[in-house]
Every structure is written in structure tokens, then in C-alpha cells.
Design a protein around this ligand. Structure first.
Ligand code: PMP
Length: 428
């Protein structure tokens, strides 16, 4: 055990779980690579849980952050904040939500907390619909809407939550159905829930479940839900913390794969926009955002240094069409991984889109989730110079691949070759 790990264990909470038997200390990064304290270089296919959206040590972001730090490190919502206004304008316009207002927070959890505060106040109801296998954060209210029970440290909640089917297709009561049958079954389930409860405030859902193992229902599922919800005045909150900013390649936001019934009433974002610095936020129609009788509800939300990082990062993303890159390079990567998977009986499914790809592992010839295989692949890829993630509701048996969106074809090939070796070693 390294000295730093021993100190970590002696002073930080036991539940602050670390990846790897011999946990990594990342000291610096560049492009799609990071280095550890021992000088080992890794290709980064997880980007610090999707926080490094464009690239490590992106010069444009570094410059914006250091210039802002050189001017003033200041945070107050009591004065006008130019970078906050500018970033809000960009995000409002990109969100697709009409008459949009943006509120910045410091994390995805806080963004979802704020969305819940808005929805429950606007609708005067503390009943929330959430998806089974979902993850929305770890504050007291976000835990209460997190359907992935393995990731919920408490089952107490200030909210009354009803969980809806729809995020997982490989398991559960609707496994094996066609897209249309699956959507129809989930809509029936939703209607059934609605028939037995006080009117909920909102449905909150990740267009592709992140912590849940990069899994989703068919395109159009949330559009079908939306039609049922809108008739009853129930809001739809899209949690875009993992799916936003073009990561899914085909779309800038995950909700757009369900766009038939229009944009969501609110969307929440975080992770990648700050390229590693802590920005979260909520976008909502003005009448919803302005339903609160409050002055301000954050000190650090929208702090100038993170806004400067976000503006530089978003500008780079758009100017370099990283959404298009995610579509192209992600398309090649998923094809390559599917070809490998066809030869490895431990792989149940390769799924996802753009640069948000999941590999679900099972015990060969069975349907049984195999978390040990996922851990083994994580260790083997690390030893071979590649960082990936794990997730999934069934004892964390899915691998998660989400590199910075500037990933090159050569790097995708290199990472796929390392993954191939690790997956094949499962059968040896
Ligand atoms: N929503 C989703 C979909 C997430 O994946 C996460 C983080 N994994 C959160 C919310 C919470 O974000 P944060 O960790 O920044 O509080």
C-alpha cells in the first residue's frame, strides 16, 4: 500500500471507494492521456467519469482559467458576472428549451436538487417519478430519486418516489421485446403508476443511464412518456449530466433521441462542461425557473473561474465539431468492440452511442451478471495502459467507455486492442 493510500484510508470515509487494488494517483494529463505518480502513461477512456469533455490540459481552457485567476478569484451572486451571463446565453440557446433560464450550481447533484426544488414548488407536489436503475446524485433528495439501489447510501427520503421501467432492456420483465412492444409496455407501467398516486411533480430521467451501465430504452421512449405526462401537467426533467454536450454523437443532448414531443421542461447538466472544473446547472422554461420565491440559492454556483473554463471549453467543442468526432470515432469503436464481443462469450451486449459505450459482462452461457469479470478487465486494461470505468445495476457488471470527445481514430484503435486483449483473457 502506498503511503498516500494509507493516509487516504486513515482520514477519509470508508465509502470513498477507489478503483483498482493498487489505487492510482493521477498527476498530470495531456490530450487523451494521463500519467500517474510513478510516471506510467495511460490512454484515458473514462475522462474522470466524463468530466474531461474535450481533452486533458487543453491550452484554451488553461489560458482562460489562468487569466481569470490572475484577474480575480471571486464568487458572489450579488454582483453582475460577465462570464456567467455569457455562458448562460450560450447554454440557453443550445438547450432547445423555449424562453430558457439557466441557473448554475457546482455539481450534478446540486443541479438535480435545484430541479426538484423547482418541480415540487411549481407543481406543489413532492411525488416524483424516476427510473429504475437511475443515478442522480447523493444529496438527501437526489438519493431519494436514484433507482440504482446499490448506489444509494440511504433509503430515507424527503420525496415520495415511484420508479418506472424503461432504462434496461437486457433484463427485467420486458427483456426481449421489440422496440415498439418495449415502449408500449413501459407506457402501460407508467399509466398504471399514475392511476394509483397523488399527481406527481415530474419525471426525472437520464436519456442514457450513466452509472447504471450506459444502458437505455429505445429511441422515442421518453417522447411516448412525455405524451402521457403532458396530458396531466407532469414535468419532464432530462438529466443530461452524462449525455450532454454531443457525447452521444448523433445528438447534442440525449433528450433529442426522444425529441418527437419537443424539448424537456427542464434539463440538468454538469461534468464535462467545465472540463474538470466544477460546474453544474439547470435549464428551465422561465415560468418554471421563476416560480421560486427566493433571492439566491448558491454562493459558488457560477463562480468566475469555472465560467471562464466552461466558456473556453464549450467554444473549443463547437469550433472543432467534437460531436461529429464522437459520432465518427465512436461509430468505428463500437463496430470494433462488437466484432471482439462476438468472439468472447462473457460479453452479453455492447451498447451505447457516440463516445458513451457500455459492455455488459455475464458468466458465459448464462444470464448471470459477472462483476468479478468487470473488475478483472479493469485491472488488466490498467496494467496494459488504458483507463476505463465500471457501472451497472447488477453488481457493477458493465464496463463504461467515455473518452474525451477529441479521441482520434488511432487512439480508438489502440484502446480497442487493449480491451480486446483483456476481454479475451477472461476465457483463458
Ligand atoms: N446525474 C448523473 C446522470 C450522474 O451521472 C451524476 C454523477 N455520476 C450525477 C447526476 C451527480 O453529479 P455530481 O457527482 O457532479 O454531483
Amino acid at each position: 500500500m502506498t503511503d498516500l493510500y494509507a493516509r487516504h484510508k486513515s482520514v477519509l470515509p470508508d465509502w470513498l471507494a477507489l478503483y483498482y487494488e493498487d489505487p492510482l494517483e493521477i498527476t498530470h494529463g495531456e490530450g487523451r492521456h494521463v500519467w500517474d505518480a510513478a510516471g506510467n502513461k495511460y490512454l484515458d477512456f473514462f475522462g474522470g467519469i466524463l468530466t474531461t469533455m474535450t481533452a486533458h490540459a487543453l491550452p484554451e481552457v488553461t489560458k482562460a482559467v489562468s487569466e481569470q485567476a490572475g484577474r480575480i478569484l471571486h464568487s458572489s451572486t450579488l454582483y453582475l458576472n460577465r462570464p456567467m451571463v455569457e455562458l448562460a446565453e450560450r447554454i440557453a440557446q443550445l438547450s432547445g428549451i423555449p424562453d430558457a433560464r439557466v441557473f448554475f450550481t457546482t455539481s450534478g447533484t446540486e443541479a438535480n436538487d435545484t430541479a426538484l426544488l423547482l418541480a415540487t414548488t411549481y407543481r406543489q407536489s413532492n411525488t416524483i417519478l424516476a427510473m429504475r436503475n437511475s443515478y442522480h446524485g447523493r444529496s438527501f433528495s437526489a438519493v431519494g430519486i436514484t433507482g440504482n439501489r446499490g448506489w444509494s447510501p440511504t433509503s430515507l427520503s424527503p420525496l415520495q418516489t415511484l420508479y418506472v421501467h424503461g432504462g434496461v432492456r437486457t433484463r427485467g420483465p420486458y427483456a426481449g421485446l421489440s422496440d415498439d412492444e418495449f415502449i408500449a409496455a413501459c407506457v402501460d407501467d407508467l399509466k398504471d403508476l399514475l392511476g394509483h398516486t397523488r399527481p406527481p411533480a415530474a419525471l426525472i430521467a437520464e436519456p442514457i443511464q450513466g452509472v447504471g451501465g450506459f444502458t437505455s430504452g429505445p429511441d422515442g421512449l421518453y417522447a411516448a412518456f412525455r405524451e402521457v405526462l403532458a396530458e396531466r401537467g407532469i414535468l419532464w426533467i432530462a438529466d443530461e449530466v452524462q449525455t450532454g454536450w454531443g457525447r452521444t454523437g448523433d445528438n447534442f443532448w440525449g433528450w433529442q433521441a426522444h425529441g418527437r414531443s419537443g424539448p424537456p421542461d427542464m434539463l440538468t447538466f454538469a461534468k464535462g462542461i467545465g472540463n474538470g472544473s466544477s460546474i453544474g446547472g439547470v435549464v428551465a422554461r422561465a415560468e418554471i425557473m421563476n416560480c421560486l420565491d427566493a433571492n439566491s440559492i448558491s454562493t459558488f454556483g457560477g463562480t468566475q473561474i469555472t465560467m471562464a473554463a466552461g466558456l473556453a471549453n464549450l467554444t473549443y467543442l463547437l469550433e472543432h465539431d467534437l460531436q461529429g468526432n464522437a459520432r465518427r470515432v465512436g461509430g468505428l469503436l463500437i463496430e470494433r468492440l462488437r466484432a471482439v464481443a462476438a468472439q468472447v462469450p462473457n460479453v452479453r451486449e455492447v451498447r451505447g452511442r457516440g463516445l458513451m459505450l457500455g459492455i455488459e459482462l455475464v458468466k458465459p452461457g448464462t444470464d448471470e451478471a459477472d462483476p468479478d469479470a468487470a473488475s478483472a478487465v479493469l485491472e488488466a486494461t490498467r496494467a496494459d495502459g488504458l483507463l476505463i470505468g465500471k457501472g451497472g445495476g447488477h453488481n457493477t457488471s458493465a464496463l463504461r467507455i467515455a473518452p474525451p470527445l477529441s479521441l482520434t481514430v488511432a487512439e480508438a484503435e489502440e484502446g480497442a486492442a487493449i480491451l480486446e486483449r483483456a476481454l479475451r483473457s477472461l476465457t483463458q
